[in-house]
Design a protein around this ligand. Structure first.
Ligand SMILES: Nc1nc2c(ncn2[C@@H]2O[C@H](COP(=O)(O)OP(=O)(O)OP(=O)(O)O)[C@@H](O)[C@H]2O)c(=O)[nH]1
Ligand SMILES: [Mg+2]
Length: 333
């Protein structure tokens, strides 16, 4: 986690599911029956601890200070075959891409990838059976029932991984969100001012013949980001895990394309030089603002060590060739 950031993508929590309710060993009795048969109901199930995928959450921040998560116990069975109430489940909403691991063994338990998807993290104890289950020809009035099973106590690690194949890297206003909006169904906010995007947006890019890959639009990165300036740095961790870095520089930059690219590259390197091991592509955005002559002139001044393409999300220029380039690099990995 970036220092001082509220972008939390790792939490360790202690989970305790509910104890199962005890079965009842009640014997039926009323005005007319002095010695009735067994009518003790079953105990209720202890509450589960459940993870539920939610697009309303982008981080695990809301779980950071909840060290102990405890679900309710099941209620005991009652007379007249009344089943005890199930303990209330504890439902934790988590962002998509959350991985649950056993903290002791490191074993991956499961992953939550879809909105509304639920999975039981820690199962509640089963309720005990009431005495009527044990009635038989030789045992007419069993005076015993099962106790409920205890809940489970376990330490669990929740880790957020972003399921992205491509990370968009660029200054604020470079056109990152606009690109995501034209290549995917994602509807990120787009505006002509910097820092429109404050949290990452993920989009699924469909590609020729039903292929697809995931693109992450993250907040813009500015000079000094690696020392904590701006917002982008908080999300560089996501880039760390993305396989391809797509550098985006707008055609109308005040600097040269190469200067702007180098600043971005510098910020990434000073944050974590492992980022340099990832494949990079350079996109000159908003190229609808250039005429051919200007474009040729700019091409001559581009950095030499990186494949590039001029695109326009607005004019739909070179979008498919860009996808081709990305697909090729992703699959070389
Ligand atoms: N002419 C032109 N304008 C574009 C193009 N793509 C984006 N823009 C404009 O550039 C501005 C910024 O676009 P965004 O997509 O919000 O930029 P961003 O990189 O996501 O910006 P932040 O979220 O602030 O980091 C908007 O006014 C867009 O309409 C393009 O291909 N051509
Ligand atoms: Mg944006």
């Amino acid at each position: 986690m970036a220092q001082g950031s509220n972008f939390v993508d790792y939490v360790k929590v202690c989970c305790r599911s509910g104890h199962g309710g005890a079965g009842s060993s009640h014997l039926h009795r009323d005005k007319f029956t002095a010695k009735g048969g067994p009518d003790g109901g079953d105990g209720g199930r202890g509450g589960h601890i459940i993870l539920k995928g939610s697009t309303q959450h982008w981080t695990l921040l809301h779980l950071k200070y909840r060290k102990h998560i405890i679900a309710e116990s099941g209620g005991p069975g009652g007379s007249a075959l009344r089943t005890g109430a199930n303990g209330q489940d504890e439902i934790l909403e988590v962002p998509l891409g959350t991985v649950a691991k056993d903290a002791e063994t490191g074993e991956i338990l499961f992953e939550i990838t879809e909105e509304g998807e639920t999975k039981v993290l820690t199962a509640g104890g089963k309720g005990g059976l009431g005495n009527w289950h044990f009635k038989s020809s030789t045992q007419q009035t069993p005076r015993f029932s099962q106790p409920g099973l205890p809940g489970i106590e376990q330490w669990v690690i929740l880790e957020l991984k972003v399921l992205a194949d491509v990370g968009l890297v660029g200054f604020p206003n470079a056109g990152k969100s606009t690109l995501l909006s034209v290549v995917s169904a994602a509807k990120p906010e787009i505006a002509n001012y910097p820092f429109t995007t404050l949290v990452p947006n993920l989009g699924i890019v469909s590609y020729r013949d039903n292929k697809s890959f995931v693109m992450a639009d993250i907040p813009g990165i500015i000079e000094g980001a690696s020392e904590g300036k701006g917002l982008g740095i908080r999300f560089l961790r996501h880039i760390e895990r993305n396989s391809v870095l797509l550098f985006m520089v707008p055609a109308d930059t005040d600097r040269t394309i190469e200067e702007e690219y180098n600043i971005l590259l510098n910020e990434l390197t000073s944050y974590n030089d492992e980022l340099l091991t990832k494949p990079r592509l350079l996109v000159v955005t908003k190229s609808d603002m250039l005429d051919e002559e200007l474009e040729e002139q700019m091409k001559a001044e581009l950095p030499k060590d990186i494949p590039y393409i001029f695109i326009s999300s607005v004019a739909n220029k070179n979008i498919l060739p860009l996808k081709d380039m990305l697909w090729k690099v992703i699959n070389e990995q």
